[in-house]
Design a protein around this ligand. Structure first.
Ligand code: ZN
Length: 339
């Protein structure tokens, strides 16, 4: 009960990539970069273990960004000529690559870090992959001419890598779908289908993460425009509840999402976001336990896990470590108090 886990990314060490930013450029190249990614992965696992995190991840140390880390290993994409595109319904502009041909995996995507993490921890291991809808919203298309068709092609590639990760000994595979909160109407039409396609045949635990994004300015401004109550989840939770995905990761801490909406996810394990990634203020164990307690009013406690609101990639490393510790301690406190 109240197992602690993380949404996905952790900040990278400054010897691996430029600190305190998203899309951080690597500091090394070639074989040196490969070795550094592996070292940083082991460190990320260790930091989580020390903080009392029960289901650990690779901290996404080996990828520059949660979407493009996957895309780099896909054939049929032109990375040389990036184009500017408004993403998440034009919330911000990003330089994105373009699909120019049939999509195919060049080989494994996350084998190195999955095997490295698996070899060095006895804890349950979680791996994140971008969701097909979010990928389709983070890339330009000059080949498929149809967003859904392209997304389904990506879902097949995600499935290929997910099955391989399962063979590597990964216990939980999570698809990150922040786009679900933006294209709510499309989630029911094809988003869940794409999710199922990406998760087809998996026997490990499956999860989906939906959120209001990292604590970068464009996201903070967007959140400010959403009004007093954020009810986007209300439109998509019933469809997720009816899906085959076992766990749903959502943001709760310092969020304007009415917590009673969690009741719409009946039957699912909920990864309750109890750590705000958009603030440098470090939560206490009491804060974390209080967030879990609030969720308990709408979710049976045996279905609650303690999690971060979102990835911590752009955060200061010492602050992220302190927040992880609060998460581990808070989950333990909740177990003692409500278990
Ligand atoms: Zn997120």
């Amino acid at each position: 009960m109240f197992e602690a886990t993380i949404a996905g990314s952790l900040p990278k060490p400054s010897w691996l990539a430029e600190p305190d930013r998203l899309w951080a450029p690597w500091k090394l190249e070639g074989a040196e970069l490969d070795a550094a990614k592996r070292d940083a992965t082991l460190l990320a696992v260790k930091i989580q273990e020390d903080a009392g995190i029960d289901i650990v991840g690779d901290g996404e140390q080996a990828r520059q960004h949660f979407v493009h880390g996957f895309l780099e290993r896909v054939e049929g994409i032109d990375f040389a000529h990036k184009v500017e595109m408004g993403i998440r319904k034009d919330r911000y502009k990003a330089m994105v690559p373009t699909v120019t041909g049939e999509l195919r995996l060049k080989g494994r995507v996350h084998e190195m870090e999955a095997k490295a993490a698996r070899a060095h921890t006895k804890k349950k291991l979680k791996f994140t992959l971008p969701g097909a809808m979010t990928i389709a919203d983070t890339i330009a298309d000059r080949f498929y001419g149809d967003k859904v068709k392209m997304a389904m092609a990506f879902a097949d590639l995600l499935n290929q890598e997910a099955r391989a990760l399962e063979k590597d000994g990964v216990d939980v595979i999570q698809f990150d779908e922040p786009a679900f909160n933006v294209f709510m109407d499309e989630v029911t039409v094809w988003g869940i289908d794409a999710l199922h396609r990406a998760a087809a045949g998996l026997t490990c635990t499956t999860a989906v993460h939906i959120c209001y994004g990292y604590g970068i300015k464009a996201n903070v401004d967007w959140k400010d425009s959403l009004g007093k109550e954020w009810r986007q989840y209300e439109d998509i939770f019933p469809a997720l509840a009816a899906s085959k995905i076992k766990q749903v990761s959502v943001e709760c801490r310092n969020s304007k999402v009415p917590i009673d909406l969690l009741a719409l996810l009946k039957g699912k394990d909920i990864l309750v976001g109890a750590i705000d990634v958009a603030s440098d203020q470090i939560e206490t164990a009491e804060d974390v336990a209080a967030t879990l307690e609030a969720a308990m009013k709408f979710v049976p406690k045996e279905h609650i896990l303690a999690c971060t609101n979102c990835g911590m990639a752009p955060m200061r490393r010492d602050i992220a470590a302190a927040k992880l510790k609060a998460l581990g301690d808070g989950a333990a406190l909740a177990r003692k108090r409500f278990g």
